[in-house]
Design a protein around this ligand. Structure first.
Ligand code: FES
Length: 199
């Protein structure tokens, strides 16, 4: 299988799992995470670690990502134990680096070195927000094409998503990307016809 085919397969797998969770099938996205501590929400001083790929589990450095490069998925990591908090997909975050000059005041206050982080779960019906619109530097959900502007608190700029993605404030610790505070905003998603999921 070519690298491109594998990447497409991985993306399709995450999309499918995201949709199945949204439908209430209840599949854990990260099946190997059994430790209850891995379900704890990101908190101040946690590092952010890559969620997938060759660097999975490694902390993200503040200068790892290029400006306006497609978002990467990450999970918080306990700095003392090294435990990656991947026990629930509600913990997964999107991490992208933008030109600081383009960030809104609220967004720059939560950023470090142009890096901003948001929940990776679409507020519409809960798919993973895997796509990137490189023309406008926006996150795009593959399920129903909602778009979110990461330079402005991930507000909804297209599609059916009912609210912006929850934001995770960042800071730098020893050259690594760390969490500055808990998620801000509404985490979770709305399933049409059902109760809201999340907090
Ligand atoms: S789940 Fe993202 S747009 Fe519908």
């Amino acid at each position: 299988m070519s690298r491109q085919d594998k990447s497409r397969t991985d993306t399709n797998r995450r999309k499918m799992l995201g949709c199945m969770c949204a439908l209430g099938v209840g599949l854990p996205v990260i099946a190997e995470a059994q430790d209850p501590a891995a379900m704890e929400a990101p908190k101040e001083n946690d590092f952010l670690a890559y969620a997938y790929g060759d660097k999975a589990g490694q902390p993200v450095a503040v200068d790892d990502l290029a400006v306006a490069e497609k978002q990467v998925f990450a999970f918080a990591m306990d700095p003392a134990s090294g435990l990656v908090k991947n026990g629930t997909r509600m913990n997964q975050v999107l991490l992208v680096r933008l030109d600081p000059a383009t960030l809104s005041a609220d967004t720059i206050a939560r950023s470090v070195n142009g890096l901003v982080a948001y929940s990776g779960v679409c507020s519409h019906t809960g798919c993973d927000v895997t796509d990137w619109n490189s023309e406008f530097n926006r996150f795009q959900c593959p399920c129903h094409e909602s778009q979110f502007d990461p330079s402005d608190s991930a507000r909804v700029v297209g599609g059916p998503a009912p609210w912006q993605l929850a934001a995770l404030p960042l800071k730098e610790v020893d050259g690594k990307v760390a969490v500055a505070a808990a998620f801000e905003g509404r985490l979770g998603f709305m399933q049409p016809g059902l109760s809201p999921f999340g907090i």
